[in-house]
Every structure is written in C-alpha cells, then in structure tokens.
Design a protein around this ligand. Structure first.
Ligand SMILES: Cc1cc2nc3c(=O)[nH]c(=O)nc-3n(C[C@H](O)[C@H](O)[C@H](O)COP(=O)(O)OP(=O)(O)OC[C@H]3O[C@@H](n4cnc5c(N)ncnc54)[C@H](O)[C@@H]3O)c2cc1C
Length: 48
C-alpha cells in the first residue's frame, strides 16, 4: 500500500485519511494557509 506524507500526516490515497483541514490548490495562498495552520497545530492536507 502506497502512502503519501503531507505536513507530517500520512495520507492513504486508497481510502480514508485523517485531517482537520483540506486545502485544494497548492499555490501561494494554499501553501501559505497550510503552513500557518500546520504551525497552529492543525492536521492539514493540501491537494494539488
Ligand atoms: C505570468 C505571471 C507573472 C506573475 N508575476 C508576479 C510577480 O512578479 N509578483 C507577484 O506578486 N505576483 C505575480 N503574479 C501573480 C501571482 O502568481 C498570483 O497572484 C498568485 O500565484 C496567486 O496565488 P493563488 O494561490 O491565489 O493562486 P495560484 O498560484 O494560481 O494557485 C492555485 C493552485 O490551485 C491549483 N488548482 C486549481 N484547481 C484545482 C483543483 N480543482 N484541484 C486541485 N488543485 C487545483 C492550481 O494548480 C494552482 O497550483 C504573476 C502571475 C502570472 C500569471
């Protein structure tokens, strides 16, 4: 089973994943929001 890692959280693309915030789009705004939320302790999964 292949796993992807985003901001320290494992994402299983075959099934479910654990995340408090999903960000669609890895541009400047999305990655900035993801970094700030991760620093604030949220489990963030950006999708590009
Ligand atoms: C030619 C050009 C030159 C520029 N030069 C400058 C500059 O010198 N200085 C400056 O400050 N700004 C510049 N800008 C503007 C700057 O690029 C944008 O303001 C900035 O990138 C906007 O960031 P964003 O995160 O809102 O959008 P984007 O950077 O566009 O990010 C959006 C992301 O969402 C992704 N996405 C879209 N749809 C989906 C989907 N359905 N699912 C998943 N992902 C998706 C896209 O692939 C993209 O990665 C320039 C823009 C252009 C086009």
């Amino acid at each position: 089973m292949q796993e992807y890692y985003n901001m320290g959280h494992a994402v299983n693309m075959e099934g479910s994943f654990n995340s408090e915030v999903v960000i669609i789009g890895g541009g400047l705004s999305g990655l900035t929001a993801a970094a700030l939320l991760a620093r604030a302790g949220k489990a963030v999964s950006p999708f590009e």
